[in-house]
Structures are given as structure tokens and as C-alpha cells.
Design a protein around this ligand. Structure first.
Ligand SMILES: *Cc1c(COP(=O)(O)O)cnc(C)c1O
Length: 404
């Protein structure tokens, strides 16, 4: 694709108007929306309203003017993006905490099964939380195996499979329907982590028959740093699973102030404490932006942006570790390079923000709502210049930051 062709693609792009709904800084090409989504223009006014009017003026009255139902309301909006019913999703806590609740609940659900099956190299928190969760259930264990060994690892002792739909590093995608069926064949539940899928590729939990899922609010949903996360439980399991974090917000009648815990019906039982309303306002502004978006257009544009950057990478001699087939990948592309960290820093110094994943992965998020073809073309040009000039060899670019 030439520069002119990239511009022409942008001019014809039906998603182009969404770009103006983000406050993107000048001089930056943002290829990291899969890690922290950028700021929607609607967010600052929504937060100002939350602080000044809802908190400042309305004070505690706001709990009855829309706050207390925010977890279900925002969950219902996210449900539309993941192929779920409104009453199958709720927002609270973080993906890590949701994983803990669901894993313990799944292990307790069938005491004859003791194993959580997951993948080595899964996103770290998924494995760490699974380790913690099995430690809380007598007899339970975690069996993390390589992707190629998963099929055989799922057996009569498996309580739940814990798989991340789109791999955070390589972008590899599981066939959700196929792997859910594999779990069900063995009598296990299927728990999906959608952190790198929601808002990026088409997700249809109910069509796939999925039982449980969690996902992230601050990546493709643009809900703000550390935004609350969503949790999905299919209707079939809603009254058969209980949260181990039996807090009062998940109680059937929190304001009856009873001593004994009794879980609420439906998704509310997955709440533990009081919803963080400042953060919820940011998340809702990000999620609202998605409601009118045509997800077929998003998937198509993601695939084309990927192909453009894959072609540029190939021309530059970079090794792409992400699958070539669009249905086998998510919406980011990763290249392997021995100087990936320094390359990433050199790119950031030139205004192209991607990220580095240990030990040698240079990762670029391709977010169709606000990224144009010309942006990707231009990022490729800058990447080519940095590779050719070896500008990344400057020792300045090898200093490791705490967050990569
Ligand atoms: C980003 C991400 C998370 C984030 O979890 P936090 O609790 O927000 O730190 C979890 N799982 C996966 C697969 C992710 O990509």
C-alpha cells in the first residue's frame, strides 16, 4: 500500500468519524490501545458531572439516582458486545479479582473435580490467580500445559478450563466454540478471559456455549486506567455458582443488614463491595462509545490494518509471530526482534507508541475506532528509518522502565 493509497483508504473508511470522538494527542501514533485505551472526548465531561453534580450536589441521594444499578447497567451494555444477555454480565473489581471468584466458584461447584486447566505462557495474572484460587480449595490443583498439550490435559478431573481467547503476546486466538465443546465433553466448565478480545474482534459467548468469562475495561473499551472489569456467567449457572467473596453488595438484601450471608439472585451475587463510582463513570463513557459501532466493520478494518503492518514488517525483514489468518488472531501484531525493547523506546521517542513484551516481542495494537491506514503506514516508515539507522542502539533506549 502506498502513502496515497493509505490516505484513500482513510477517506473511504466508514469508521473514520469515530476518530474525532477521542482526544488523541498531536504528534502521536498510538499503537497501544490494547494495553491502555485512549481518552474518549466524552469522558472528561462525564467525570466532571460525576464529581460536581452527582457527588457534589446530589451527595448520597445519587445512590438511588443511578449509582446502585451501575454495575448491572454497564454490564448490560457490555453484554451486547460479547454475545450475552443483559442479565448475564456485571461490572466490578478487576479482571484478576473476577478470575479468582469464578475459579473458586467453579472448583466448589463439583467436588469430584479438582483441576483448573490452563496454558503455560497465559497472561501472568491468570496463572497467578489460578495458583491462589486452587490454594483456597482443598485438593484443588492447577495444571498449566503448552497449547499443543491442552486437548489431552482436559479430562474427568477438570473442573474448569481457563483460557485467554486472544493471547496477549502473540495474538493467537482460540476457537471459542471448539474449546468450549472440548471442556463440556469432559464435563468441565469453560472460563474465557476476553481482555484482548472485547472491542477488538467479534465475540459471541452464547453462540459458543461458554459458561464463564471475564474481561478488561481499560483496553479496547477505553474505560480509563484500571477501569472496573466485567464478569459473565451464563444463565444456566447463575444460581448454581456462588462467589467466595461474599460481600454485602452481593447479598440478596444488603440493606436488611442481616448477619448471615444469602447470595442475591442473578449476577448481583458477584459483587463484593460498594461500586467505585468515579471509575464507573469513566468506564461507562468508554462503553457508550461502542454501542452504535458496527462490529463487522471493526473486524474487517482490524484485519486490513494488520495486513498492512504485516506487509511492512515483512519488507523490513521482521519476524511476525502473530497468525496470518484473521480468524486465528486478535487485533494486535507482534514481531520478534533481539533489540525489541530498545526499538520500542526509539519508536516512542519518535511518537510511535507500541509496547514491548519480555523477552523479545515488539507489539502493536491495531484499534480500528481511532487508528487510520495512514497512521499505520507512517508508523511503518518510522520503524524502517529506526532499523536502517540503528537509532535504537543509543544506550538511552536500553534503560528499563518499571512498566513496559
Ligand atoms: C490486561 C489483562 C488482564 C488485566 O488484569 P488486571 O486485573 O486489570 O490487572 C488480565 N488478563 C488478561 C489476559 C489481560 O490481557
Amino acid at each position: 500500500m502506498t502513502h496515497d493509497e493509505a490516505r484513500a483508504r482513510d477517506a473511504a473508511d466508514p469508521l473514520r468519524p469515530y476518530r474525532d470522538r477521542f482526544a488523541l494527542p498531536e504528534g502521536v501514533i498510538y499503537l497501544d490501545g490494547n494495553s491502555l485505551g485512549p481518552l474518549p472526548r466524552a469522558t472528561a465531561p462525564a467525570l466532571a458531572d460525576m464529581v460536581q453534580r452527582q457527588w457534589g450536589d446530589r451527595l448520597i441521594r445519587s445512590w438511588n439516582e443511578g449509582w446502585i444499578d451501575a454495575p448491572q447497567r454497564i454490564g448490560g451494555k457490555i453484554a451486547r458486545l460479547i454475545g450475552a444477555h443483559a442479565a448475564e454480565a456485571i461490572v466490578a473489581d478487576s479482571p484478576s479479582v473476577h478470575l479468582f471468584k469464578l475459579l473458586v466458584a467453579a472448583l466448589r461447584h463439583d467436588p469430584t473435580r479438582h483441576t483448573v486447566v490452563s496454558e503455560t505462557g497465559n497472561f501472568p495474572t491468570d496463572l497467578h490467580i489460578a495458583e491462589g484460587a486452587v490454594g483456597c480449595v482443598p485438593g484443588a490443583r492447577l495444571n498449566a500445559v503448552a497449547r499443543g498439550d491442552l486437548h489431552d490435559a482436559i479430562d474427568h478431573d477438570t473442573a474448569v478450563t481457563l483460557l485467554t481467547h486472544v493471547h496477549y503476546k502473540t495474538g493467537e486466538r482460540y476457537d471459542m466454540a471448539q474449546w468450549t465443546a472440548r471442556a463440556h465433553d469432559a464435563g468441565a466448565l469453560a472460563l474465557w478471559d476476553l481482555s484482548h478480545s472485547v472491542g477488538a474482534i467479534d465475540v459471541d459467548l452464547n453462540a459458543a456455549g461458554a459458561d464463564l468469562a471475564v474481561g478488561c475495561g481499560y483496553k479496547y473499551l477505553n474505560g480509563g486506567p484500571g477501569a472496573p472489569a466485567f464478569l459473565f456467567v451464563s444463565r444456566a449457572f447463575q444460581d448454581r455458582l456462588a462467589s467466595p467473596l461474599s460481600g454485602w453488595m452481593g447479598h440478596a438484601a444488603p440493606f436488611a443488614f442481616a448477619d448471615a450471608y444469602a447470595p442475591a439472585d442473578g449476577m448481583k451475587r458477584w459483587l463484593a463491595g460498594t461500586p467505585p463510582m468515579l471509575a464507573m463513570a469513566g468506564l461507562e463513557a468508554g462503553v457508550d462509545l461502542w454501542l452504535g459501532v458496527d462490529r463487522v466493520q471493526v473486524a474487517a478494518k482490524s484485519a486490513t490494518l494488520f495486513d498492512l503492518l504485516a506487509a511492512i514488517g515483512a519488507e523490513l525483514g521482521l519476524e511476525c509471530v502473530s497468525p496470518a489468518n484473521p480468524v486465528e488472531r486478535g487485533s494486535h501484531i507482534s514481531f520478534r526482534h533481539p533489540h525489541a525493547y530498545a526499538l520500542c523506546q526509539a519508536l516512542i521517542a519518535r511518537g510511535v507508541i507500541g509496547d514491548f513484551r519480555d523477552p523479545d516481542i515488539l507489539r502493536f495494537g491495531l484499534t480500528p475506532l481511532y487508528l487510520g491506514f495512514e497512521d499505520v503506514w507512517r508508523a511503518g516508515e518510522i520503524l524502517g528509518e529506526i532499523l536502517a539507522s540503528k537509532a535504537y542502539a543509543d544506550p538511552e533506549f536500553s534503560k528499563r522502565n518499571a512498566v513496559t
